[in-house]
Design a protein around this ligand. Structure first.
Ligand code: HEM
Length: 366
């Protein structure tokens, strides 16, 4: 579902969601817009559309989106919360902070949403031709492979991975990048000049423009270096005791990789806390996971499954946002770029900014 070839076939979904977002922001011209909120909704809609397509429509779809947003925010909050039970396993059964209990309630809410999707799909003919992910998984389950049995719990877990792993990460990354650029007008100007040169002002940005935007690509890499969406990657757990760099990692230990600190190591990066996309122009850095000095999407077997989608959504949405609008804050002040740590890193204060349309023809916003 997340391969480049499949992503190409569902470009219309991404385009449609993005155009709706731009249209909405245009309707708010001159007013304050919560940029992250808009981005979150667009990314979530793209992902859920790819997962279960047109199963949920109209008002119901909007309702499900709102419910997801609440649950995802709460669930990522709990995932990153320090839990006394991890440090004192003897106390785990008392669940002193109530994290286990509250997480179970959230998991049940998630479960109810997925049950609803799956039930609706079952009511339809699951043998019919369809391109969405849920249909594909239900068919696999029906075929019953004894070697790798796929249970309903597996299906729900996969759906949850995509929704939780893809929505907040991508939208926070774009929101943060726009905030960084607003504080560095010379960077924002360079990106706008690049997009104007490639796209002009008489049409809107298309995904096919992305390969022609190398400076914006450098902005994305710099954003992922300075504020990696998953600062500790996801917890890893060796299935056998092993030795890494001379340290013994016991079987079952929970291992966190502090990619945030590696990306700011002054022995690797010059002026590491500066947002300077130029460092990625014509550079050797990529995020394929082969270099342990720069790996915002992780590495190895568990590397992010959605890298290609994240790249497309980031480039497409940020290019569209700065091509369609100029951005400023209400008081003209610099934006607070403080980070809020959790399993997912985000801006401490949401980016609220005022858009001013910059394309000459209003029909380009419809
Ligand atoms: C800027 C956006 C994103 C960033 C920075 C990001 C980063 C990551 C990282 C660091 C991991 C863990 C890798 C490891 O521990 O080695 C991961 C896993 C994962 N990501 Fe992403 N991700 C992003 C967007 C997405 C999107 C859009 C999707 C799908 C729609 C997605 C799906 C997944 C999945 C399914 C996994 C688990 C892979 C596995 O365990 O095999 N991610 N991501």
């Amino acid at each position: 579902m997340l391969s480049c070839a499949t992503l190409d076939t569902v470009y219309a979904l991404r385009r449609n969601e993005l155009r709706q977002m731009i249209k909405y922001i245009h309707s708010q011209a001159g007013k304050q817009v919560n940029v992250g909120q808009q981005l979150f909704l667009s990314v979530l809609n793209v992902i859920t559309n790819m997962l279960w397509g047109g199963t949920v429509k109209g008002d119901e779809r909007a309702g499900v989106g709102a419910e997801f947003r609440k649950v995802i925010t709460e669930i990522t909050g709990f995932l990153g919360m320090p839990n006394l039970s991890d440090f004192y396993p003897g106390l785990a059964r008392f669940d002193l902070q109530g994290i286990q209990k509250k997480s179970k309630v959230l998991a049940q809410r998630f479960d109810a949403i997925f049950e609803k999707m799956i039930e609706q799909r079952r009511l339809n003919d699951i043998r019919s031709e369809s391109k969405d992910f849920l249909q594909f998984l239900l068919q696999l389950k029906g075929q019953g492979d004894a070697r790798t049995p796929l249970t309903m719990t597996h299906i729900k877990a996969l759906l949850m991975d995509m929704v939780v792993g893809g929505s907040d990460t991508t939208s926070n990354t774009v929101e943060f990048a726009l905030a960084e650029m607003m504080n560095k007008p010379e960077v924002l100007r360079k990106v706008q000049e690049e997009v104007d040169r490639v796209v002009g002002k008489n049409r809107v940005v298309e995904e096919s423009d992305i390969p022609n935007l190398p400076y914006l690509y450098a902005v994305m890499k710099e954003q992922l270096r300075l504020h990696p969406a998953l600062p500790l990657l996801v917890p890893h757990c060796p299935s056998e005791t092993c030795i890494v760099g001379g340290y013994t990692i016991p079987k079952g230990a929970r291992v966190f990789i502090n990619v945030w600190a590696i990306h700011r190591d002054p022995s690797i990066w010059e002026n590491p806390s500066d947002f300077r996309p130029e460092r990625f122009i014509d550079s050797k850095w990529d995020y394929s996971g082969n270099d342990f000095n720069y790996f915002p999407f992780g590495s190895g077997r568990r590397i992010c499954a959605g890298t290609a989608m994240a790249e497309r959504m980031f480039m497409f949405s940020l290019a569209s946002l700065v091509h369609s609008f100029d951005w400023k804050t209400a008081d003209g002040d610099n934006i607070d770029l403080a980070e809020k740590f959790g399993i997912v890193l985000k801006k401490k204060t949401p980016l609220v900014a005022i858009p001013t349309p910059r394309l000459s023809d209003a029909s380009l916003y419809t």
